[in-house]
Design a protein around this ligand. Structure first.
Ligand code: SF4
Ligand code: SF4
Length: 298
């Protein structure tokens, strides 16, 4: 590739917990048979561990600046972030995936989309949001992969309002997400992704997708900013995001720095209530602004 180093060296697609254990085993020993289940079939592999050990050696010799990890499975992702070995986590982020129960995809990734059909009518799973928040809290860069659920979300029977711009906007709006990596198969798909760059706020508004998927996020802000414009110029989604993080983890330096940079603080809320009528998810925004102001200014 004619380069002396890579920015991020990924240990990629480690879904099963025993594979994770082998990959992060710093002794590099041969791990006994690992069962991999894919496309409904079991495969048994003799697996060498020690990939992390090798990655660290490459990092120490200057060939890699940061280490990354990717998985599709929530418990493995939590383990990777909590173990603190990696600077970057690549994980699927899209509206349908985020509604799946935490263990979806552990046995067979292809079953995930079937599960998605079943689960898009139930309440949103908060477990995935917890992972997003944990990444932000631990300053692990979260790279959103599969923003279109492998193209499944473009099924014409599902919702005509689902566009690449809206799904990219959704992924980028989630806590902790630092960038998104859409996959494309041809130039038309690439062009539809690039439309995001010139899209208007209306074209990027993903709130309608969430309503049509019949989510019930209860008191959970989706950070969609559909409630804009705010008379006081408050970035409501941003304030709600920082508020949610501070409730979960307490105030830390990252939240303080981000909050300080915000021009219109929640204390400036006029209580006009215009935003409530525009929020598709029934969030009492003025009430949240009061609470956010109390928590974030401490
Ligand atoms: S308050 Fe409602 S409309 Fe505003 S960002 Fe949150 S979920 Fe979206
Ligand atoms: S109630 Fe507060 S946050 Fe909502 S639109 Fe009015 S000023 Fe903005």
């Amino acid at each position: 590739m004619k380069c002396d180093y890579v920015d991020i060296l990924f240990l990629s697609c480690c879904d099963r917990e025993e594979v994770y254990s082998a990959v992060t085993d710093l002794s590099g020993r041969l791990v006994d048979e690992i069962r991999i289940r894919t496309l409904g079939q079991d495969y048994f592999l003799k697996q060498h561990g020690g990939h992390l050990k090798y990655a660290k050696e490459l990092q120490q010799s200057g060939k890699a600046r940061y280490l990354g990890f990717s998985t599709h499975v929530l418990p493995t992702a939590f383990r990777a972030v909590n173990d603190g070995f990696f600077d970057v986590l690549m994980f699927p982020v899209n509206p349908i995936f985020d509604a799946l129960p935490g263990k979806a995809g552990m046995e067979n990734l292809n079953e995930m989309w079937e599960l998605a059909i079943e689960h898009n009518k139930i309440e949103i799973s908060n477990e995935r949001k917890e992972l997003h928040k944990l990444c932000m809290h631990t300053q692990t860069g979260l790279v959103a992969m599969k923003p279109f659920a492998g193209g499944w979300l473009f099924n014409p029977d599902l919702n005509a309002d689902i566009t690449a711009a809206r799904l990219l906007s959704y992924a980028l709006a989630q806590s902790g997400v630092t960038t998104v990596v859409p996959g494309v198969s041809d130039l038309n798909q690439l062009e539809s992704c690039l439309k995001y760059l010139d899209a208007s706020n209306e074209e990027k508004d993903f709130s309608k997708i969430l309503s049509l998927l019949k989510w019930n996020p209860k008191d959970s802000c989706m950070y969609c900013n559909h409630c804009q414009p705010c008379k006081a110029g408050i970035d409501i989604a941003k304030i709600n995001k920082l508020y949610d993080l501070s409730v979960k983890y307490g105030m830390n330096e990252v939240i303080k720095k981000e909050y300080k940079a915000i021009e219109q603080k929640p204390i400036n809320c006029l209580g006009c209530g215009d935003c409530i009528s525009r929020c598709p998810f029934g969030i009492d925004v003025p009430d949240r602004m009061v609470k956010a102001s109390q928590v974030l200014t401490n």
